[in-house]
Design a protein around this ligand. Structure first.
Ligand code: NBY
Length: 820
């Protein structure tokens, strides 16, 4: 796999593990140099963000040598490259990640102390890069880190949004969105590549010229690259995250400006830039907006051009392309890659159409993240035709070519005047994967049933994973120290080594230290809640956490109904020996999702009422933390006792938060949905609080007439909680405020909140009892940590490499080595 490497004295390439070599003095000098000569600031005048950027530049500088060495190794080895195309990369902060992976944490700490600064303050100053909505975008970010760590030569391709996901504030309990502005301060990690730019076209028409299609577009923009190096654990490898920014083809109109038309002169610039202006904040319903389709084509087409340019610089036979490039489509957002690749091969390079389709398919594969019909992308044919007329023709050709294979035509990518992007992506992919075992089986039996029958080997499963560097090592220092003290450091990039912890559970000391780590994490969070939210909580209470986008299928409102019912029960009988609980919620609602926004409002209003009740205060508090993001998740997960994974079975494709919680020793209360199923199999059913209907039972239950009314009738606690909401107990200024919510639950209840409520309540009371025995609880928590190592994204990436990409890992030359 790797190429010949020679050892050369005084090689300029930096070593992998520099912790000991790079003294803190070197790092300090480098920080000062960047502060002075890049930022143009004197130390006396520098503000915290100046120092933060200077430190980032000092670290970035040390990544670059690894990065070049990796690129060179990939180039010289001729190995296949992986291209991960994603509309979203929910990265969060990068400074701590880079520092930890470079092994430069101690050096940085000392360097900053020398300069009279505090590392933690500097880390806290970094804005989150929130270029994603939720799980799909965060998965892409974990995958980028794991691709580097396993040494897979790869590029991530996406959009450099000027504005990431909106900031959430609460105003009298209601969600208010504010624009996010992560580029306000100088971005520290990216390299602007003015030389890497592609012209991309839209609109116009297609003519025929001697049997050849010729596209005459009417609009064009330029995609310009910005590169961020992504460094592996211990700096063994680095890959590139290449994000595209939209620019006008012709800049500024000087003639118009000179005529005094100042705004008009700047108009082309503004119009072109609109394409990469803002991330669409909707993570469910497909809106079918023209700008969104433009964004999708923009980044997909730029990425494919870049991939072909790189291939053609290294090879001269297009038939080799599938051996040299694996292109993963993260959901259907980049599904226009199918027709665009066919166009590039056939129209622009003269390959036969059928061969172009086969070649494109051999490169492409597609990951599905949802089965919910309202989330599956469909584009009106007329819109596709107007924006991408040649692609519309090719979609028809691809669909027709696929139809030939069917004895009787059953499935098409074109229906009711719309292009169905899931079907198109399936037809143009050699592998299609689901993100958990259950989800993959449901793909086969529901949305892709016909296509699966026609192509029984195409659908495969790759259960999601999360990177342990961010989600355990960095986020949970106390637990990490205990693990490393017990079994050494090998677990960090071989997470299943966590199994080696279990034999130590018998040693009295281990579980005590495990419990102490959790206790201290909870104390930290309690202090934070007191200062940031002015909320006092009992730090020894059960910390019960539900953090994710607000959705009906995720059922935050079921959790809230149980909260209300519990509160009433405690109030009626305060001395019944209740297990103290803190209910913690966080999550954003899509700005146009009315029901989700009502849930946000209701959680806040219920929290206000419950937190003001002196009788129940020792036993129950409710915290809804605003502006959920990656950084907040890193703070909450290590302090959680209980992880809420309570989606209607069959609706949550996988979940990845569930894995982060289990690794950090929170027990799950959950349904048999998504990856919960696999978590439970691994940690053991006795260490998991299961409740609720299965996916099959959900389907059957929906057929029962009056299922909601029946369930309410049968459960006085549920009826009481609903009645309180309906009567305005939490909204006395507007008692009818939640009639939409209560009406939906009592009559329609598509997500079966009422039908699952009783089982959920009972599971929560089992949890109360279990938590009362702290020794037994901590043992269960530690078992969750020890048995969840399989949920590393390193494992997931190796699965993609073996089953989908047919790609191999490489290694950068070791310390002091250079390539011939
Ligand atoms: O992808 C999530 C799934 O809900 C979750 O179960 C899974 O673990 C995760 C990773 O596989 N899906 C998700 O996050 N989807 C989106 O964020 C999203 C974003 C945009 C659009 C649709 C979905 N869109 O149509 O614009």
């Amino acid at each position: 796999t790797s190429m010949t490497v020679g050892r050369v004295a005084n090689a300029p390439v930096a070593s992998a593990l520099e912790g000991d070599l790079v003294t803190s003095a070197d790092l300090r000098d480098s920080i000062l140099r960047h502060l002075t000569y890049d930022l143009g600031k004197e130390p006396e005048m520098a503000e915290i963000h100046d120092w933060r950027i200077a430190l980032s530049l000092a670290l970035r500088e040390r990544i670059v040598d690894h990065w070049f060495a990796s690129m060179r190794t990939a180039r010289h080895s001729g190995a296949k490259r992986v291209y991960y195309l994603s509309m979203e990369f929910l990265i969060g902060r990068l400074l701590e990640d880079s520092m930890v992976n470079l092994g430069l944490e101690e050096a940085a700490d000392r360097a900053l102390t020398d300069l009279g600064l505090n590392l933690q303050d500097i880390l806290a100053d970094e804005p989150d890069a929130a270029l994603g909505n939720g799980g799909l975008g965060r998965l892409a970010a974990c995958f980028m880190e794991s691709l580097a760590t396993v040494g897979c030569p790869a590029f991530g391709y996406g959009i450099r949004y000027e504005h990431g996901l909106f900031k959430q504030r609460f105003v009298q309990g209601r969600q208010v969105e504010e624009p996010e502005d992560w580029l306000q301060q100088r971005p520290a990690w990216e390299f602007e590549r003015s030389d890497i730019a592609f012209k991309l076209c839209f609109g116009g028409e297609v003519s025929e010229d001697g049997g050849k299609a010729v596209w005459h577009p009417e609009e064009a923009v330029v995609a310009k690259a910005y590169d961020t190096p992504i460094i592996s654990w211990q700096g063994r490898w680095a890959n590139t995250l290449r994000l595209w920014s939209a620019r006008p083809l012709h800049g500024f109109d000087l003639e118009r400006f000179n005529r005094g038309e100042f705004a008009a002169a700047a108009e082309p610039e503004a119009l072109a830039r609109t394409i990469s202006r803002v991330l669409y904040p909707d993570d469910t319903t497909e809106q079918g907006k023209e700008l969104r389709l433009k964004q999708e084509f923009f980044f997909t087409a730029a990425s494919l051009r870049d991939i072909l340019r790189r291939f053609e610089a290294e090879h001269d036979n297009l038939r080799l392309l599938p051996q040299k490039a694996a292109i993963q489509l993260n959901d259907t957002h980049p599904a226009i890659a199918g027709p665009e690749m066919v166009r590039l091969l056939h129209d622009e390079r003269g390959m036969e159409l059928d061969e172009a389709i086969v070649t494109a398919r051999a490169c492409l594969s597609y990951t599905n993240h949802t089965l919910m019909p309202e989330a599956l992308e469909r584009w009106p044919e007329h819109l596709m035709h107007r924006l991408l007329p040649r692609h519309m023709q090719l979609i028809e050709r691809i669909d027709a070519a696929h139809a030939v294979k069917q004895p009787t035509r059953q499935v098409s990518a074109l229906e009711h005047g719309e292009v169905k992007m899931g079907e198109l992506a399936f037809m143009m992919a050699h592998k299609v994967n689901g993100v958990s075992a259950l989800h993959t089986e449901l793909m086969k039996s529901t949305v892709f049933a016909e296509l699966h029958r026609l192509h029984p080997d195409r659908i495969v499963n790759q259960t999601n994973g999360v990177t342990p560097r961010r989600w355990v090592l960095s986020a949970n220092r106390r637990l990490s120290a205990l693990i490393t003290d017990t079994i050494g450091e090998g677990w960090v990039d071989d997470l299943e080594q966590l199994e080696q912890l279990e034999p130590y559970f018998g040693d009295a000391g281990f579980l005590d230290r495990y419990a102490a780590a959790k206790r201290e994490n909870k104390a930290d969070l309690s202090n934070w809640l007191a200062t940031e939210m002015d909320l006092k909580v009992d730090p020894t209470a059960l910390f019960d956490v539900q953090i994710k986008r607000i959705h009906e299928y995720k059922r935050q409102h079921m959790n809230l109904l149980e909260t209300i019912a519990l509160w009433k029960e405690i109030a009626a009988n305060p001395d019944a020996g209740w297990t103290p609980r803190v209910k913690i919620f966080a999550g954003k609602a899509a700005p146009g999702y009315v029901f989700a926004k009502e849930i946000v409002h209701l959680i806040n209003e219920v929290a206000a009422v419950i937190n003001a009740d002196p009788v129940t205060a020792p036993y129950l508090k409710v915290a809804f933390l605003p502006n959920y993001n990656v950084t907040l998740a890193e703070r909450l997960i290590p302090a959680a006792d209980l992880s809420e994974q309570i989606s209607t079975a069959g609706k949550e494709a996988s979940g990845t938060g569930n894995m982060k919680f289990a690794l950090n020793g929170a027990l799950t209360v959950g349904t048999l949905d998504g990856a919960n199923v696999e978590i439970r199999e691994r940690v053991g059913e006795e260490n998991f609080f299961l409740f609720g209907m299965t996916a099959d039972e959900v389907i059957a239950r929906r057929e029962v007439p009056g299922h909601a009314a029946q369930a309410i009738e049968a459960d006085a606690r549920l009826a009481g909680a609903l009645a309180d909401i309906g009567e305005g107990r939490f909204s006395p200024d507007d008692p009818g405020r939640y009639h939409g919510v209560t009406g939906n639950l009592s009559h329609h209840d598509y997500f079966l909140v009422c039908s699952d409520f009783t089982a959920y309540w009972e599971a929560q009371r089992r949890i109360d009892a279990a938590f009362a025995d702290q020794n037994a609880w901590m043992r269960m928590a530690a078992i969750n940590t020890a048995r969840s190592g399989w949920f590393s994204s390193d494992r997931a990436i190796r699965g993609y490499m073996a089953d989908i990409w047919n790609a191999e890992a490489l290694e950068v030359p070791g310390p002091g080595d250079v390539l011939h």
